[in-house]
Design a protein around this ligand. Structure first.
Ligand code: ZN
Length: 276
């Protein structure tokens, strides 16, 4: 029996990320050098996700963790413990250097206790401009972990940034003419896109929860006054109130998935929906 060395087994190095859009970005840059483990699976809500024991095993196998940053519910609740359990794991903030928004986002912090609204909005990946910064941050992290392949990561990153540039051009051509208009959304996950294109984002949920009937009525009035024609719902949230809201407004409900692995396709879909 020959024992199996790491090399002959071809066991690859692992880096963990929190959400699928980060997995997309990290995979483009990592190429065949790292496996990218995404902790929050598709169709789960990263504001309120608890990892399974198996997922902790995967996280523990990682030599680095690329967190979203800002204050995403999952990371607020779990990052400290993940760091404590894995003292050798390097932790990078993929939102480093992004001009962060406050007071656009609040979330349920573990079982019903609400955060103040002036926390850093974690949904940085809704804006192509931010995604470019995230790509550079991921490239820097992988280069630090695996310096021998610095040129490889730079090449991959340059190719990804070209792709981001072309996505940004499409999104800009769709959204520049929409400056000053408003859209509604259940959970406020498009704050950065709204900021970058001068749109106003009306959030339907109330501090991460459903509204009272009266509060919903007020939100409908507000949306009516702002000329909202499109109402977005994210598939990981319960759409009950959104249906009522949209019916009152006579607006169209469009399901989006800002946590889509295919970041580029999703952001272009969203821009099309706002622009039509
Ligand atoms: Zn959120």
């Amino acid at each position: 029996m020959t024992s199996c060395s790491t090399d002959s087994c071809n066991e690859r190095r692992v880096v963990s990320v929190t959400i699928m859009p980060q997995k997309y970005l990290a995979e483009q840059i990592a190429g065949n050098r790292f496996d990218i483990n995404c902790v929050v699976p598709p169709n789960s809500n990263p504001e309120a996700f608890d990892p399974t024991p198996m997922q902790f095993v995967e996280i523990d196998r990682s030599e680095a963790y690329l967190c979203v940053g800002g204050m995403l519910g999952f990371e607020v609740t779990w990052m400290e413990r993940i760091a404590r359990n894995n003292p050798d794991m390097k932790i990078y903030d993929t939102s480093r250097g992004i001009d962060m928004l406050t007071s656009t986002h609040c979330h349920e912090h573990n079982k019903g206790e609400m955060h103040e609204c002036n926390v850093l909005d974690p949904h940085t990946w809704s804006s192509p401009r931010n995604v470019r910064i995230m790509a550079y941050n991921i490239c820097r992290a992988l280069t630090e972990l695996d310096n021998e392949y610095a040129d490889y990561y730079k090449e991959n990153c340059d190719r990804l940034v070209q792709r981001i540039d072309s996505v940004e051009a499409v999104v800009s051509s769709l959204l520049e003419p929409c400056r000053g208009t408003a859209f509604a959304i259940y959970h406020p996950s498009l704050s950065y896109l709204a900021r970058d294109y001068g749109l106003s984002q009306l959030c339907i949920e109330d501090m991460g929860k459903e509204n009272s009937v009266l509060a919903l009525r007020n939100r409908v009035d507000e949306a009516q006054n702002s000329g909202v024609k499109v109402v977005f719902i994210q598939q990981e949230f319960n759409p009950r109130q959104v249906e009522t809201f949209a019916r009152e407004l006579d607006a169209e409900v469009i399901t989006i998935n800002p946590l889509n692995y295919d970041w580029a396709a999703e952001i272009i879909n969203i821009a099309h929906a706002i622009a039509r």
